[in-house]
Ligand binder design. Structure first.
Ligand code: PEP
Ligand code: MG
Length: 324
């Protein structure tokens, strides 16, 4: 990144009219962690735990996981680290745990797999809790949730793991627990989820894919994949509104949080934290530090009347260019 951007590393993300919005990072590999620290990340909004699972030949043991998680938590402490429970299925598979299905994105994915295999989930959560002893910066997040019963079952398992770790004599706090909003069903249940958990985080990669019925990895329909589609933007607005009605914070950890044009809209909507790839962090910070929230809100009002994602994109780019 350029010298100009580098000078922003230790500065807060605050708009010219003094609206503060924390910028966090998404991590998986240790290289992401190093880059994130270099770029002055304020926390981790999504640690993809499936990444260390994918680069191994078998399920890592509880002790092996504890070591991996400890390294991640220690690197960022005292800053918060949001660890997502194993999110396999769909486009992410483990060679030693093959899943073969006709429609993997509509199949056995994320929380569905781990609730069917509570032994995998319990080992993972116990390892996270043990890794957090003395650091206390852990947050746990659940992927691909479509209903309240999944949230309740997962919470029950987290409490059980916490109880087990404590009965081993470890002094470990129960971390904040959150749910990802990444399928349309979840958009309509934000208030039900928010009442049961501590925070929410939008997975806009999957949410866009499922709202628009466009495979996020299929080049043939890539032209139809628009996170700035009016239907997606309306969903994003509803999510913040409903989460805040319940007094719960809501972030976003999909790729769009790292897109400066989209970040302006998300800031205007009231998202409490934007979590992105470390490579985008300083660009987004630069953009938000030069855009008043009042101005971003005016742009949002304008964009929400539009029906064409390409025009929405070009309107935002024009506004950013005017900004310099
Ligand atoms: C998402 O779906 O937006 C997300 C952050 O999760 P992943 O990209 O790992 O599916
Ligand atoms: Mg996802």
């Amino acid at each position: 990144f350029s010298k100009g951007l580098e000078s922003l590393k230790d500065k807060q993300c605050v708009t010219p009219d003094n609206y503060r919005i924390p910028l966090w990072v998404n991590t998986g590999l240790m290289t992401d962690t190093v880059r994130s620290l270099d770029h002055g990340a304020e926390g981790v909004g999504l640690y993809r735990t499936e990444v260390p699972f994918m680069i191994r030949e078998r399920f890592p043991s509880e002790l092996a996981q504890e070591k991996i998680y400890r390294e991640q938590l220690a690197a960022f402490a005292p800053r918060p680290v949001t660890m997502r429970s194993l999110d396999i299925g769909g486009d992410k598979s483990l060679s030693y745990f093959p899943i073969r299905e006709d429609n993997p994105f509509l199949g056995w994915r994320g929380i569905r797999v781990t609730l069917d295999h509570p032994e995998i989930f319990l080992v993972q959560v116990r390892a996270m809790l043990k890794a957090s002893v003395g650091l206390d910066n852990l947050r746990i997040m659940l992927p691909m949730v479509t209903g309240v019963s999944e949230v309740e079952e997962a919470l029950h398992l987290v409490h059980r793991a916490h109880h087990e770790v404590k009965s081993e004599g470890l002094d470990v706090l129960l971390p904040p627990i959150g749910v990802m909003i990444e399928v349309p069903a979840a958009v309509y249940q934000v208030r039900d989820f928010a009442r049961r958990v501590d925070f929410l985080s939008v997975g806009s990669n999957d949410l866009t894919q499922y709202i628009l019925a466009v495979d996020r990895n299929n080049p043939r329909v890539a032209d139809l994949y628009h996170s700035l589609h009016p239907a997606v933007l309306q969903a994003l607005q509803k999510i913040v509104h409903d989460a805040h009605q319940e007094g719960k914070p809501v972030g976003i950890c999909g790729e769009m949080a790292g897109d400066p044009a989209a970040a302006v809209l998300l800031m205007a909507m009231g998202y409490d934290v934007l979590s992105m790839n470390a490579t985008q962090l300083l660009k987004v910070k630069w953009t938000l530090r030069s855009m008043k929230r009042s101005q971003a809100k005016a742009i949002l009002d304008d964009v929400m009347t539009m029906d064409n994602p390409r025009i929405i994109r070009s309107t935002l780019e024009l506004a950013l260019r005017k900004q310099g």
